[in-house]
Design a protein around this ligand. Sequence first.
Ligand SMILES: *Cc1c(COP(=O)(O)O)cnc(C)c1O
Length: 378
Amino acid sequence: MKFATSCVHAGVAKDPAYNSVITPIYPTSTFAFERIGVNKGYDYTRSGNPTRAAIEENIAALEGGLRARCTCTGMGACTIALFLLEPGAHVIAGHDIYGGAFRLMHEVFAQRGLLFSFVDMRDPENVRSTVRDETAMIWIETPSNPLLRIVDIVEVAGIARECGALSVVDNTFMTPYYQKPLELGADIVIHSTTKYLNGHSDVVGGALVAKEADLADKVAWLVNALGVGESPFDAWLVLRGTKTLSQRMQAHSRNAQALADFLSEHPAVNQVYYPGLASHPQHLLATRQMSGFGGMLSFELAIDKITPDDFFSALQYFALAESLGGVESLIEAPWHMSHASMPEPARREAGITPGTIRISAGIEDPDDLIADLRAALG
Ligand SMILES: *Cc1c(COP(=O)(O)O)cnc(C)c1O
C-alpha cells in the first residue's frame, strides 16, 4: 500500500456486524466473555478498544512501525516513553524541545531518579560528548519549536545505537508524510496527534510507535498500567483526521512556503525561519531527511516599526492562538505565549525574542493569507 492509500484504509475495516464503511465508535468500558478465558479479543477499554485499535493500526502503518499505542494526550505519550527507563538512567535531549516535554523531564522525572542533559543537537558532536555509561535514551525533536532547527536523525540515532541507548523522535511537526524516523534508525516515534495527525483542532491525543516487538510490548503494558489510553471517541476523531493527512500536509507546506517567501521580502520582517528556504542554515540536511518542509514557520517582526499586538489585531484569517496543525491558520508570539513558562534567560538563549512570531499555516488559499499579512504589516 502506498502512503495515501494507508491513510484511508489501514486499520479502518472494523465492522463485522453491518459492514459500515467507517469504523464504529465502541463507547464501552467492558466486554462480555463468552465463558471464562474466552472473549472476542477485548476485555476492558483501558487495556484495549476496537476503535482505538483501528487508529493504532493506522498510525503504525503510516510510520512504518510494528505497533502503536494511542494515548489521551501527547504528554501522555512522552510520559510512557520516559517510564521505559529505570531510576539512575541518563537521558540526552535537545535544549529547545517542546516546553511541556522539558517540564516533564526537568520537574517530574528528574525528581524521580532520572538524569537529564539538554544540549544543542544541531551539532551531533554535542550529543556524542554528553554520552556516559548510564545514557539510556536520546530524545530528538526535529524541526524544533519555534525556530525550526533541524537534528540529523541518522547521526543521532546512530550515536544512541552505538551506546546501547534508545532513540525517541517526536515527529509531531513533520508527520510520517514528510519524515520517517524509524526508517532513519530511530527506535520509537511519538506524536501529539492533537496537531497534524488529527488536523482539525477538535481533540487532544498522543501516540507511540515502536519498531521492535519487545519495545512495542513494553509500551502497551505501560499504557494499560498507567491508564493513559485514548478514549474511543477521541480515537475515532483522530482516525477521521489521518485519512486526509497527505492532502492536508501538501496544502500546509505549500502555504508555509508561500508565506515564508513573502515574509522574506518584507521590510517589517527581520528574519524568517523555515527549513524550505535556501537561506535556512540547515536547508540541505532538511532536504535530505524530510520529503517536504511542513506547515510551521517563524519570523522576527521589526518591533520598532509595528508592535505584535497591532499586527495581530489587524489580521483577519490568522487566529491568535497556541497549538498548531489544524486546517485553520494560527499565529502567536512564543515570548509571551507558548514559551512564556521558560525563564527569560532560557528563552533568550534559545533565540526567542519579544518580536518572534510563530505561524501554523492552515490550508486556506495562500493568496488570501498573503493579502492578510500584507495588509496587517502595513
Ligand atoms: C503539542 C506538543 C506536544 C504535547 O502534546 P499535547 O497533545 O498537547 O499533550 C508534544 N510535542 C510537541 C512537538 C508538541 O507540539
